[in-house]
Design a protein around this ligand. Structure first.
Ligand SMILES: [Zn+2]
Length: 116
C-alpha cells in the first residue's frame, strides 16, 4: 500500500482508495467483487456454473463432467430403487457442499481483490 496525491486537491490518499476522502474525486481504482450468494446458488443447481462464474475453470470443468454424468444417470435411472435414492442423496449432498465451497471461495476471491 502506497500513498498517492489526489489529482484534484493534492491530498495524500491511499493508492487503493476508490475516491479521495477530502474532495471525493474518483481515483479510477475499481475493485471488482463477485457475489458469494450468486456462486452458491449457481453451484447448488449446476455444480460447475459457480466455479465458471468465479473464474475457477479447472474446477468448473471437473464438476461439469460430474454434472453431465449425473444428468445421464437421471435419464437412465437404475432399476434398484435404493441405488436411485442413494444417488439423489449424494446429489443433494454434493449440491450443498459445492454451494458452501463456492460461497467461501468467492469471499476469499473478494478479499484478494482488495489486497492487490
Ligand atoms: Zn482530492
Amino acid at each position: 500500500m502506497a500513498l498517492i496525491k489526489c489529482t484534484e486537491c493534492g491530498q495524500e490518499i491511499s493508492d487503493m482508495a476508490t475516491a479521495c476522502p477530502k474532495c471525493g474525486r474518483p481515483t479510477g481504482v475499481v475493485v471488482k467483487t463477485k457475489s458469494p450468494s450468486v456462486t452458491a446458488i449457481l453451484n447448488f443447481f449446476f455444480w460447475f456454473l459457480g466455479y465458471f462464474y468465479l473464474g475457477e475453470y479447472s474446477l468448473g470443468i471437473i464438476f461439469l463432467l460430474i454434472f453431465i454424468s449425473g444428468v445421464i444417470d437421471m435419464f437412465n435411472p437404475p432399476s434398484n430403487i435404493n441405488i436411485l435414492i442413494l444417488g439423489y442423496i449424494i446429489g443433494l449432498f454434493l449440491s450443498l457442499l459445492l454451494a458452501n465451497d463456492g460461497y467461501k471461495r468467492t469471499k476469499r476471491y473478494n478479499e484478494a481483490q482488495f489486497k492487490k
